[in-house]
Design a protein around this ligand. Structure first.
Ligand code: NAD
Ligand code: MG
Length: 396
């Protein structure tokens, strides 16, 4: 059998998803080669990756970091160093890559991810914030270009694997009655509301089952990650929050489930290791070794399920409300969350006040129709300044 060779660009190569992607690529030199690697500021990590993977392009979002990378790679003229948002979008859209891993964290990932979509690439979507912010516009761009968007978020990849591949946007037609979206519950699942006031960033980032970047770790602890994923699922699978039921499953072995009209419930299981969904997206529809430890169900023994507690973790409710409000509301939700999480990580906001900042920002920012990406970016900026004011108001 001939192996399909793919040329990959990785947006956010130095992050948790980026490094896991490179680990899968490293195992399959016959299948994958690297077209471009991008990062924000981590020059040393990029130098190391460029020396191993020999990309055609290396992009630093930060201009000073790009100058440092150019000096460090002076003996590797085959690598072209680019910088800034233009460099990111250039390698996402114009390069010779056929596949783009969208793994930048947060709203900064939207423009290059969109460039990859518009160029009709296979887009491996880890950067959920991009889709949450721009929902319908993003999916319209996918339809217009014929890009192949494959979900990398473990839950969405699980749902995708449990659906007929040609019906993922026609769930009713496929006889799907419910999506059971699983959640670990995060590190504070059993904490009292009172104790959530004093938790520290290091505790929030110590996820019980997954090793991830700081921002998504805090999102998992507040359950905003599940809120963002609820919205992400609605857009990817053309459905509504009413069709999706969040199940807290602390073992993180069932990555999500799909229920059908005949009563069948299909689940995708596996060790909590992002290399599984990454390998699934890279090689789809084929299956390749991802380096993941085999699942040992005898060791795990039992599965547990709980309903999410929306009193202690209101972010999930806020996300569902923002989706229903529509227009620019999800972009505002996302921007306020990014600001609140950054303030918490910097020690300037208490964990329990993250949802408060988001709720206040949502009510202080007018919702308008999301008629263009420019409108989305303008609302993102407006919401960030509202959120920052709210944060200052709480800390003085
Ligand atoms: P991370 O913080 O570990 O890495 C982020 C990457 O983005 C780094 O390479 C960083 O250099 C780059 N970056 C950060 N800010 C940037 C900017 N302003 N401009 C350009 N590049 C920038 O994050 P992560 O955990 O790998 O998550 C990446 C994305 O994948 C997030 O959207 C997250 O929600 C999603 N995701 C992650 C996981 C996981 O297990 N880590 C699982 C599901 C989804
Ligand atoms: Mg997830």
């Amino acid at each position: 059998m001939t192996v399909v060779k793919r040329r990959i660009s990785i947006l956010g190569a130095t992050g948790s998803i980026g490094l896991n992607t490179l680990d899968v690529i490293r195992r399959h030199p016959d299948r994958f080669s690297v077209s471009a690697l991008t990062a924000s500021t981590s020059v040393d990590a990029m130098v190391e990756l460029c020396r191993e993977f020999h990309p055609q392009y290396a992009v630093m979002a930060d201009e000073t970091a790009a100058v440092a990378l150019t000096h460090a790679l002076a003996d590797m003229p085959s690598v072209t160093v680019l910088s800034g948002p233009e460099g990111l979008s250039q390698v996402a859209g114009d390069s010779d890559a056929d596949t783009v891993m969208a793994a930048i964290v947060g709203a900064a990932g939207l423009p290059p991810t969109l460039a990859a979509v518009r160029a009709g690439k296979r887009v491996l979507l880890a950067n959920k914030e991009a889709l949450v912010m721009s929902g319908k516009l993003f999916m319209d761009a996918v339809a217009a270009s014929g890009a192949e968007v494959l979900p990398i978020d473990s839950e969405h990849n699980a749902i995708f694997q449990c659906m007929p591949a040609d019906r993922i946007r026609d769930t009713r037609g496929a006889g799907i009655t419910r999506i059971l979206l699983t959640a670990s519950g995060g590190p504070f699942r059993t904490h009292s509301a009172e104790s959530l006031r004093s938790v520290l960033p290091a505790e929030a980032c110590a996820h019980p089952n997954w090793s991830m970047g700081q921002k998504i770790s805090v999102d998992s602890a507040t359950l905003m990650n599940k809120g963002l994923e609820l919205i992400e699922a609605c857009w990817l699978f053309n459905t509504t929050p009413e069709m999706i039921e969040v199940h807290v499953h602390p073992e993180s072995i069932i990555h999500s489930m799909v229920e059908y009209a005949d009563g069948s419930v299909l689940a995708q299981l596996g060790s909590p290791d992002m290399r599984t969904p990454i390998a699934n997206g890279l090689a789809w529809p084929e299956r390749i070794d991802a380096g993941v430890a085999p699942l040992d169900l005898f060791r795990i023994g039992r599965f547990h399920f709980e309903r999410p507690d929306l009193e202690r973790f209101p972010c999930l409710r806020l996300a569902a409300e923002a989706f229903h409000k529509g227009g620019t509301a999800p972009a505002v939700l996302n921007a306020a969350n990014e600001e609140a999480v950054a303030a918490f990580l910097a020690g300037n906001l208490c964990f329990a006040d993250i949802p408060l900042i988001i709720e206040r920002t949502l009510s202080a920012t007018e919702v308008v129709s999301a008629d263009s990406f420019d409108t989305i970016f303008a609302k993102d900026a407006e919401a960030r300044s509202v959120a920052r004011e709210q944060i200052l108001g709480l800390t003085v």
